[in-house]
Design a protein around this ligand. Structure first.
Ligand code: IPM
Ligand code: MG
Length: 357
C-alpha cells in the first residue's frame, strides 16, 4: 500500500504530520503501508515554480492513494490563476480522473453542542455528499477575459456536463445510497440552467436501474435552506462540482466544525486522493492549534475505499471517538469553558487510543 503524502501549505504540514504518526503505528502493527512526501500548492511553487510539480504528479500516479493536507496562503494570492496553489489540487484531481468526491458529514454525539445549530436539529446527523469533481464550471471551456462589444472588460466561465459524466457520478450516488438509508437527493438548478435540465433527465433515467433507492430532486437554493432547516431529512446527496463545493462547506457546520470533515476523491478503479475538506488556514498555521481529526478520518476513508480494509478504517474511527470521549477538544470544537488541546496532543491521543485497542 503505497501512499503519496502531499502536505501542502499552512496547517497542511501540521495536520498531515499527525496522520503520519498514525500510519507509523499501523506499520508497527503489521499494516504494510509505505509513504513518500512531495510538495504541492504554494510549497510546489516554492520548490519547482509550479503548484503541481512534475515529480509530485509522477509520485501520485505511481502511488495507490494520495493523502493531501491543504493548499494556499497569502504569499501566493497575487500569482496568476494558473500558478495559484488551488491549481495544484484542481490539476491533480483532473490528471488522475478523480471524478467522485465523497464528503460525509457525520455528527459525533460528543460534539452535538459544538454545532451552531440547536442540538436537537443536528443530533443523529449522517449525510454523504457525492460531489462531481472533474467537470462543471470548474473546468468548462471557453473561459477567460474578453472585451464586450461596448468595449468593457468581462470575465466568463462555462458550465457544462456531458451525459457520460452525469451518468458515472449518478451511479456513485445511487451505489452510495444503496449502502446507506437508500434515499438519494439529486441537487441541481433545473429551473434555470440547461446543464441542470440534462442532469435531471439523466439521473431520472438511471433511477430505473436502482429501484431499491428512493430518488428525489431538489433545487440547490432550496437544498441550502433544507440543510439548515432539517438536515436529517437528507441521506445521500449527489450534485455537480460547484453546488457540491458550496453545500459541503455548509454541511460541515452541521457537524460542529469544518475541522472534522474528511473526504475521498475517487477514480473509476478505486484509486483515491484523501483530504480534509477545510483549507490551509494561514491565520493559525504553525501554532499547533489546528484540528487534525479531518485528516486522520481521511486516512480511515483511504483504508475503506482504496485499500479495502474496513477493519482498519473502523479502528481509526473508533480511536477518534475515543479521543473525543476522553474530552479532548481542539479550539474549533471546544465549548466555552472547556479545556483546549493542541494539534499534536489531539494526534497523540488518537494514536494512544489506537494502540490501546
Ligand atoms: C474544496 C476546495 C477547493 C474546491 C479549492 C481549494 C480549489 O474549496 O476542496 O472544496 O473549490 O474544490
Ligand atoms: Mg470547497
Amino acid at each position: 500500500m503505497k501512499i503519496a503524502i502531499l502536505p501542502g501549505d499552512g496547517i497542511g504540514t501540521e495536520i498531515v504530520g499527525e496522520a503520519q504518526k498514525l500510519l507509523a503505528l499501523l506499520r508497527e502493527q503489521g499494516v504494510a503501508v509505505e509513504t513518500e512526501i512531495a510538495p504541492i500548492g504554494g510549497a510546489g511553487y516554492d520548490a519547482a515554480r509550479h503548484p503541481l510539480p512534475d515529480a509530485t504528479l509522477a509520485l501520485a500516479r505511481a502511488a495507490d492513494a494520495v493523502l493531501l493536507g491543504a493548499v494556499g496562503g497569502p504569499r501566493y494570492d497575487t500569482l496568476p490563476r494558473e500558478l495559484r496553489p488551488e491549481q495544484g489540487i484542481l490539476g491533480i484531481r483532473k490528471a488522475l480522473s478523480l471524478f467522485a468526491n465523497l464528503r460525509p458529514a457525520l455528527l459525533y454525539p460528543e460534539l452535538a453542542a459544538a454545532s451552531t445549530l440547536k442540538p436537537e436539529v443536528v443530533a443523529g446527523l449522517d449525510i454523504v455528499i457525492v460531489r462531481e469533481l472533474t467537470g462543471d464550471i470548474y473546468f468548462g471551456e471557453p473561459r477567460g477575459r474578453r472585451k464586450t462589444a461596448a468595449g468593457d472588460d468581462e470575465g466568463f466561465d462555462t458550465m457544462r456536463y456531458s451525459v457520460p459524466e452525469i451518468e458515472r457520478i449518478a451511479r456513485v450516488g445511487f451505489e452510495t445510497a444503496r449502502k446507506r438509508a437508500r434515499r438519494l437527493t439529486s441537487v441541481d438548478k433545473a429551473n434555470v440552467l440547461d446543464t441542470s435540465i440534462l442532469w435531471r433527465e439523466v439521473v431520472t433515467r438511471l433511477a430505473a436501474q436502482y429501484p431499491d433507492v428512493t430518488l428525489s430532486h431538489m433545487y440547490v437554493d432550496n437544498a441550502a435552506m433544507q440543510l439548515v432547516r432539517n438536515p436529517r431529512g437528507f441521506d445521500t446527496i449527489v450534485t455537480g462540482n460547484l453546488f457540491g463545493d458550496i453545500l459541503s462547506d455548509e454541511a460541515s457546520m452541521l457537524a460542529g466544525s469544518i475541522g472534522m470533515l474528511p473526504s475521498a476523491s475517487l477514480d473509476a478503479n478505486g484509486k483515491g486522493l484523501y483530504e480534509p475538506i477545510h483549507g490551509s488556514a494561514p491565520d493559525i498555521a504553525g501554532k499547533n492549534v489546528a484540528n487534525p481529526l479531518a485528516t486522520i478520518l481521511s486516512v480511515a476513508m483511504m483504508f475503506r475505499h482504496t485499500f479495502a480494509r474496513p477493519d482498519v478504517a473502523e479502528r481509526i474511527e473508533a480511536a477518534v471517538r475515543g479521543a473525543l470521549r476522553q474530552g479532548l477538544r481542539t479550539a474549533d470544537i471546544a465549548q466555552p469553558g472547556e479545556a483546549v488541546v493542541g494539534t499534536r496532543a489531539m494526534g497523540d491521543a488518537v494514536v494512544a487510543a489506537l494502540r490501546a485497542q
